[in-house]
Design a protein around this ligand. Structure first.
Ligand code: FSO
Ligand code: SF4
Length: 565
């Protein structure tokens, strides 16, 4: 196996024997193959679009496949290989529809090309890339193919780097699209781009310049995808508002819901109402606490625990069932394996998976029944945290914020969005948050906030010094806020604002957020705790030269550098 898609890639190079995330070699092979056949389906889908064939089932499938291969989402090889089989089937069905519509997708195979070739009619052949042609049915076929189509199949390290940058951005985008789609929101243009861009990563005629341009184009669609999800979330559950969230426990049995899918939270809250079971949020689901539509539930308790990587210890103490709606899943300990349920793109072999019905509804009754027989959660913390500073809420405070900036009470904003992770070096972010001048404010989104959201960093003129917009996709809110400030201050360039970007990344959703920021022209973003292993030296240089991207050094020097910029 070879995988270098996340920040925890072994030795900052790549995982080769087993993933630091727990991904085993056989799961890695299955995921490599799933990405490959998904590219094949994308090639056919792109060709189909040229003749007006748009298949929403295929679009959804491509989206879910990519999401399934994101770091820490799904460790279930059988599920992944099942998706490979279904993808091959969908691809052949789509091909015949495209051919019927006049498209050219391997007519030689479909319409008796062998015969044409024998008859010397080779000029009529349409040669499709292998990913759109290859087929297999047994695990032996699958494993043999997977060995040849992983990341290292692209030999040139710069082309490989750019192709993977694009694929990882698309994986992040697929997660956001899936959440939006679950709420009934969709955008055909984004699917069209995803198919085109995936197909392009197998196109040997594309050089580095074209791939850089495509990566930035992915950033444009990243903004669109995040905006769509913002619309889906706020349209369904209202605009997040300033909320104090209890981090202690109550006396009832509870269900802990983690991940990012608000539709799952919605269904779980409805189904647990009146059952005597409380619902707690975990990690990225904390953002659910900020939405008016969820606050109305009396049994919606507080937030339990911290960022994803502490789950083994915290899930043990929760005592009740845990529902993982997406990544980040850590290989469960036996002590709570039976209490861990997955749904959506997440999956762990041996843990129960809750499937959605055709209508999208999910039946959580077995989770609720289990909860009733469990002890209430063990208290691990007490107190509260404050969040809910998404764009609508912050813009309603815009006058206050602008006045504070004009009066010099706020000297600088630090965007510290992104992810948390287990590396000790990430304590940098706690130290950084503690050490920045008291007249500065942190804008955050994603699970990165757990490094400093319990530090009580105080307020400036009634404005909290840590403004948490919500989940990683709510980085969109931070962009909306920045653009509004640019307008209010009459600036031409968003980079003239007193905003510094010190972003912590872990997995592929952070990649699409980064590409989105680049697309919006944001410069001098610092990424840590390490730069992505998938950036080759030359590609990293392009990002440094064109966008001023940098890493982190130490708290003191970095603060000096940011404050002087
Ligand atoms: Fe964190 Fe995991 Fe939200 Fe990621 S829980 S690390 S960038 O999935 O998506 O921030
Ligand atoms: Fe390694 Fe990250 Fe890939 Fe897991 S997702 S195998 S930790 S690079």
């Amino acid at each position: 196996m070879f995988c270098f898609q996340c920040q925890e890639a072994a030795g900052c190079k790549g995982c080769t024997k087993i993933g630091v995330c727990g991904k085993t070699e056989d799961v890695a092979r299955a995921k490599d193959l799933l990405v490959y056949v998904t590219k094949g389906l994308a090639i056919v889908s792109s060709e189909g679009r040229k003749v007006g064939v748009v298949d929403s089932i295929v679009d959804r499938y491509i989206t879910e496949n990519l999401f399934t291969t994101i770091t820490n989402a799904n460790f279930d090889r059988d599920v992944i290989l099942g998706r490979v089989r279904e993808t091959l089937k969908l691809r052949e069905e789509l091909k015949s529809n495209v051919v019927k519509a006049g498209g050219k997708v391997g007519e030689t195979r479909i319409n008796g090309g062998l015969l044409k070739r024998i008859l010397g009619m080779a000029s009529q052949e349409v040669i499709m890339p292998d990913a759109a042609e290859w087929s297999g049915s047994t695990e032996v076929d699958f494993d043999a193919k997977a060995e040849r189509v992983g990341v290292l199949a692209t030999e040139d390290e710069d082309i490989r780097s750019l192709r993977e940058l694009i694929v990882y951005g698309l994986k992040g985008l697929s997660a956001y699209m899936k959440h939006a789609m679950n709420l009934g929101y969709n955008d055909e243009n984004i699917h069209g781009f995803m198919a085109r861009a995936l197909a392009a990563t197998l196109d040997d005629s594309l050089g580095a310049d074209e791939l850089v341009a495509l990566a930035l184009e992915a950033g444009k669609y990243g903004v669109d995808g995040m905006a769509l999800l913002d619309k889906a979330n706020t349209g369904s559950y209202g605009h997040p508002e300033i909320t104090k969230v209890d981090i202690g426990v109550r006396g009832n049995p509870g269900i802990l819901i983690s991940g990012h899918d608000l539709k799952d939270l919605d269904m779980l809250l409805k189904q647990t109402e009146g059952t005597g079971v409380d619902v707690y949020t975990h990690s990225e689901m904390l953002a659910g606490q900020y939405y008016p539509e969820f606050k109305k539930y009396g049994h919606f308790a507080g937030n339990y625990g911290n960022a994803w990587w502490k789950q083994a210890e915290e899930f043990e103490k929760f005592n009740g069932p845990i529902l993982m709606t997406t990544n980040c899943v850590v290989t469960p300990k036996d002590s709570y394996r039976e209490r861990l349920f997955t749904t959506g793109a997440s999956g762990v072999p041996g843990c129960k998976h809750i499937e959605a019905a055709e209508s999208g509804e999910k039946d959580f009754s077995q989770v609720i029944e289990m909860a009733k027989n469990c002890n209430s959660p063990t208290e691990i913390e007490r107190g509260e945290i404050v969040g809910g500073f998404a764009h609508n809420q912050v813009l309603s405070l815009a006058d206050k914020v602008v006045d504070a900036v004009k009066a010099g009470a706020i000297k600088r904003f630090f965007v510290m969005a992104g992810c948390d992770g287990r590396a000790k070096s990430r304590n940098y972010y706690t130290d950084f948050a503690k050490a920045i001048p008291k007249d500065t404010v942190i804008l955050t989104a994603g699970c990165a906030k757990y490094k400093y959201n319990k530090l009580n960093l105080g307020e400036i003129g009634g404005i909290s010094r840590v403004l948490d917009a919500g989940q990683c996709n709510d980085s969109y809110s931070l962009v909306v806020i920045a653009l509004k400030l640019k307008e209010v201050f009459g600036l031409d360039d968003v980079n003239e604002l007193p905003i510094s970007y010190n972003i912590a990344w872990y997995e592929q959703k952070a990649v699409i957020v980064l590409l989105s920021l680049l697309h919006l022209g944001v410069k001098n973003i610092h990424l840590g705790p390490t730069l992505p292993a998938f950036l080759s030296p030359n590609v990293a240089n392009v990002l440094v030269d064109s966008f001023g991207i940098g890493g982190i050094t130490n708290v003191e020097d970095d603060i000096k550098m940011f404050m002087e910029s």
